[in-house]
Design a protein. Structure first.
Length: 143
């Protein structure tokens, strides 16, 4: 039965207890008090956060009508189909650092198209018209 000895638990060898040594305590040094430094306060600017905006906004929708809307401080973006107004608002404010006043959503349905005998579908999409605060602007197409 010596073959099954490996199944038995081995007894650990006991080590003699080591003596505990207390660390030497040194007297604490007093630090001179630092005077608070006065910083210049600038007007608060919104921080740009690009975190999840790539999951919400597809691209700016550039058409003649969309460029005319920029005069009214409204910008048009293509968005993913499952996004809602609150998510779009957060994405625009985070990405461009502007104050969003209104968000309007339009679902463009798919349309049937034909080329000779072959018929198919033009895919639909969802677009959002975003109104921003007067005096602010979004540079949709970088120059």
């Amino acid at each position: 039965m010596a073959v099954f000895n490996f199944l038995k638990k081995k007894k650990l060898k006991e080590k003699p207890e080591e003596k505990l040594v207390k660390p030497i305590e040194r007297p604490k040094e007093k630090k001179p008090k630092e005077e608070p430094v006065l910083e210049k306060k600038f007007p608060k600017q919104k921080e740009k956060k690009t975190g999840e905006s790539w999951r919400i906004l597809k691209s700016p929708h550039v058409t003649e009508k969309a460029t005319d809307l920029t005069k009214k401080n409204q910008y048009v973006f293509k968005v993913f189909p499952r996004t809602n107004k609150a998510e779009i608002r957060k994405a625009i404010e985070g990405l461009y650092g502007v104050d969003v006043i209104s968000v309007k959503i339009i679902n463009i349905p798919p349309k049937k198209r034909r080329l000779g005998k072959i018929s198919g579908w033009k895919s639909g999409y969802k677009k959002a018209i975003i109104g921003i605060k007067k005096g602010q602007e979004i540079e949709v197409l970088p120059r």
